[in-house]
Design a binder for this molecule. Structure first.
Ligand code: AHG
Ligand code: MN
Ligand code: MN
Length: 334
């Protein structure tokens, strides 16, 4: 039963009580993410006021410019998780290697690892466009009490215990799943609490929004080009429309609420696509499926892909089931 006046804190406790997770560890973990999200939200909101925006003149592990808030959000989330001693390892898009929180001086028996894209869509910060945070949670596969290993992070997406995102938009929302549907909470900035505003979110079966960076059109695989032309065909019964923000979280969120498809194909420049399997595609795919949507790499289910490296990229297509089905049929027959 959902109660719209419920705060995220109350919702977490209630779900723990209803035995969705066996110990309080996952609840504490989600609570820490909730707190870190509020801190990052505060900074994102005042980004235009202080000298915190702009490039930091460094490049991240994948060679992209890091914005100052990327650093900041990375530190906030890592410190929130480390200081509260509730995970055994963290991997971040902004860190070259994973972080073990089982070093001798910080020995713990925690069983969860977190993978995070601390600031998604960061090129949008300077121009006051929505950005987000994406997180993904797994149970470690190596022995508890020992140092985490790479294999704890390179698990298939279908092993995720929870995943979610925070969207710092016209309002700030935290949307997450623990494998029992998707719920969205909106921050009331006056009180500082997240309230259940979008219970049991479901993807519309059909939609009319397609989201893709069409600037790369000439480099797209044939099937994707055909799909775009299909959407633009005036003889269509459905009047499709194009919407692309350039923040995966924001584009996905809109499509999940209104019905649509998000596409980031492989291109001749990015032969494996641009998005990261572990920090972006797996968590979004988990949420997508839990909301009744479909997420594929062009032919196969994203959640069944066997990860090979931490910063691996993959082509990504997700959204309303009938739209992804149509796209897939055009991709497979090309
Ligand atoms: P990040 O800011 O974490 O590097 O992610 C940016 C990603 C994603 O959010 C977005 O959908 C995509 O990059 C946009 O890429 P293009 O500018 O190539 O369209
Ligand atoms: Mn990102
Ligand atoms: Mn990022």
């Amino acid at each position: 039963m959902t109660n719209k006046n419920q705060t995220l804190g109350e919702f977490i406790i209630e779900n723990q009580k209803s035995h969705q997770y066996s110990s309080g560890e996952l609840s504490s973990l989600i609570n820490s993410i909730r707190l870190a999200a509020k801190v990052v939200n505060f900074q994102v909101n005042k980004a235009g006021l202080v000298d915190i925006i702009g490039d930091s003149n460094t490049i991240n592990t994948q060679g992209e410019e890091q914005q100052k808030l990327d650093f900041y959000a990375n530190d906030i989330f890592i410190n929130a998780l480390r200081n509260r001693n509730i995970v055994c390892g963290i991997a971040s898009e902004e860190e070259e290697d994973f972080i073990s929180i089982n070093s001798l001086d910080e020995c713990n028996n925690n069983k969860y690892v977190v993978l995070i894209d601390p600031l998604d869509g960061s090129s949008n910060i300077d121009v006051n466009v929505s950005v987000g945070t994406i997180f993904s949670i797994y149970k470690r596969v190596s022995e508890t009490g020992t140092k985490v290993e790479l294999k704890d992070f390179l698990q298939k997406g279908n092993k995720q215990v929870a995943a979610g995102y925070i969207i710092y938009g016209t309002s700030t929302m935290l949307v997450y799943t623990t494998g029992f549907g998707v719920n969205g909470f909106t921050l009331n900035p006056a009180i500082g609490s997240f309230y259940l505003s979008h219970p049991e979110i479901k993807f519309p079966e059909k939609g009319n929004i397609y989201s893709i960076n069409e600037g790369n059109y000439l480099q797209f695989p044939k099937g994707v080009k055909k799909y775009i032309k299909y959407c633009q065909d005036e003889t269509n019964k459905v009047a499709y429309t194009s919407r692309y923000i350039g923040s995966l979280v924001s584009d996905f969120h809109r499509n999940m609420i209104k019905g649509g498809i998000y596409m980031y194909p492989n291109t001749s420049k990015n032969i494996n696509g641009k998005l990261r399997l572990l920090y972006e595609c797996n968590p979004i795919a988990f949420i997508c499926e839990q909301a009744g949507g479909v997420a594929i790499d062009g032919s196969s289910r994203i959640l069944d892909v066997n990860p090979k490296s931490l910063h691996q990229r993959i082509p990504f297509y997700c959204g309303s089931p009938s739209m992804v089905k149509k796209l897939k049929s055009l991709m497979i027959n090309n």
